[in-house]
Design a protein around this ligand. Structure first.
Ligand code: FMN
Length: 186
């Protein structure tokens, strides 16, 4: 028999913790001579080809104006060895702190954007802001990934997923179902 659940009312402003969309990422940016990094939990794939990502960045974040003005950023995928860094970066502002220096991270030159890659991350996706229509009303950036750098191993990195309430889930067990997927869903 399938399982059912007893439920209670829940504050709608807190439901995001049940919708964590994927790995927590570090978003690096550059505007003029300044670089910055923010932690981001809420992003979504919007299209496969061209490769598009949508993300919400509150206007209170220093990164917001840096990315809006430069129209570029890099989405970096950290692994569980960087949890302290992920928390630290998400709890201070580039307005006060040079985060590359403070968190001892290495900025590498990207190929197609001026924003730096974070060398210590498993993957780096160079992104351009391709649509600003949803920015004024929703602070929602639509990005196109124009270049991707991914580590050759491991195949399944131990990414970090934010569950709210100061709790992360670390990706672990994989379950595979070969032959059960349509090719376009692989
Ligand atoms: C786990 C985690 C996830 C976060 N996700 C987001 C997010 O999706 N969007 C956002 O605007 N801020 C998010 N934040 C908050 C920013 O990372 C935080 O405000 C940061 O200090 C902004 O840095 P900045 O002012 O230098 O841009 C998150 C923070 C943490 C710790």
């Amino acid at each position: 028999m399938k399982k059912t659940y007893k439920k209670k009312d829940f504050p709608v402003e807190d439901i995001r913790k049940y919708l964590e969309p994927g790995p927590t990422v570090l978003v690096s940016s550059r505007w003029k001579d300044e670089t910055n990094i923010m932690t981001m939990g809420w992003h979504t794939v919007m299209e496969f080809s061209p490769s598009m990502i949508g993300c919400f960045i509150t206007g209170a974040n220093y990164s917001f104006e840096m990315i809006r003005k430069s129209k570029e950023c890099v989405i970096n995928i950290p692994t569980d060895d960087l949890i302290d860094t992920i928390i630290g970066i998400g709890n201070c502002s580039g307005a006060e702190v040079d985060k590359f220096r403070q968190f001892d991270l290495t900025a590498e030159k990207a190929e197609k954007v001026k924003a730096p890659l974070i060398k210590e991350c498993y993957a780096n996706f160079e992104c351009k802001v391709i649509d600003e229509h949803l920015l004024p009303k929703y602070n929602f950036f639509i990005l196109e990934v124009v270049k991707a750098h991914v580590a050759t191993s491991p195949k399944f990195p131990r990414t970090v997923h934010y569950r709210g309430e100061a709790t992360f889930m670390i990706s672990g067990k994989n379950v595979s179902y070969p032959g059960r997927f349509k090719p376009q869903n692989l």
